[in-house]
Design a protein around this ligand. Sequence first.
Ligand SMILES: Cc1ncc(COP(=O)(O)O)c(C=O)c1O
Length: 361
Amino acid sequence: MGRVLNFSAGPACLPESVMKAAAEEMPDYRGLGLSVMEMSHRSKAFNEIIQETEEGLRRLAGIPEEYAVLFLQGGASLQFAMAPMNLARNGKADYLITGVWAQKAHEEAARYLDVHVALTGEREGFTRIPNMTGLSFRADADYVHLCLNNTIFGTRYAVLPATGDIPLVADLSSCILSEPLDVPRFGLIYAGAQKNMGIAGLTVVIIRKDLIREDLPSQVPLMLRYQTHCKAASLYNTPPVYAIYILGKIIQWIEGLGGLGVMAKINLQKATLLYDHLDQSRLFKGIAHRDSRSLMNVAFTTGNAALDTDFVQRAQEAGLIGLKGHRLAGGIRASLYNAMPFEGVKELVDLMSAYEKERAG
Ligand SMILES: Cc1ncc(COP(=O)(O)O)c(C=O)c1O
C-alpha cells in the first residue's frame, strides 16, 4: 500500500520532504556514523541542532529576546498544571472555556488556584466562540487562559480578548505555526509538537522571561519549574532529541515555502475549499458557526450517526484516514494541518461529492 492521506487530529501527517530528509540522515547523521536518536544530548552535534531549532523558531515566529523558548516533555497536558504552578502569585486565574481542552486546563488549574470561568461556550455545545462584548477579568488574576484553536469542535478565536496588563496564557497545540504569531500579545504560549510541528514527545513553551519565577514554593518539583529548564537551556535532563531535530526540519520546510504568511494563505485555501463545499452540500453540514470556524480542524456531519460512520469507512477504503470525529463530538472531522496538501483536501471534497451523488440516486 502506498501512503495514505492522513486527516488525523494528531499525531498528524508530516511533509513528505521532511520525512525523506530525515530518512536519509537517519542511520548516519552528517558523516558522524550515528543517528540523531543515538546521540548524546550533550554532544556538539546535538547542541547545534537544538540551537539552530531555537533560532529558527525565533526567526519564523518572530519571538523577541524577552521571551524564553523551552523544549519540554509531558505534552500540552502537563502545561495545564505547570502554568498554574509557576504563574500564581495571587493564587487566582481566569479561564475561557471554549472546548474540552480548555475545560481540562481549567480543571487542572482548579487543583492549585482560585479559578474563575470568565466565559463558557458549553451551552451552545462548544460550536462557537461566545461573544466577548463586555467580557472582563478579575484585576488581581495572575493570568487569563484560553485555547486558541479548539481541536475537537473545530472552532477558533477570530480575535483575542483584551486582557490589559494581565498575561494571556494560551494553548496553541492545534494551530501553532499555521499563521503569523503575535508573540508579544501573550505571556505564555504552549503547544504539543505532534500536529503542526512534527512528532509526539515535544512540547514547546514560549514564555515572557519576567514571568519565570525563582521564588516558587519549595514543594514545586524542579522538573515542573520553568526556571529549571530556562536556566539549563532545555538541557536540564535528556530532552526529546529526535522530536527537536524534526521540529528543526519542519521550520526549514515552512521557511522554504516562504514563512508563516504563505503558510497561512495555503491553510486558508484548503479550509475554504472544504467549508465552501459543506455550505453547498445537501448531505454534509459544518458543525461550527461561521464566525468561529477553525482553519485547522473542520468538524462536520450528515446528521445521521450511522451515515457518518459509513462515510468514514468509505473514505478509509479510499486511503483517506483519521476522519472519525472525536468521541466527545461525534460526526466527522478533517484536520488540515500544515502538512496536509491542498490536493489532499481536493480528494476529500471529490469523495464527498461522489458519496452525496450516490445517495441522491
Ligand atoms: C488544543 C489541545 N490542547 C491539548 C491537547 C493535549 O495534548 P497532549 O496530548 O500533547 O497532552 C490537545 C491534543 O489533541 C489539543 O488538541
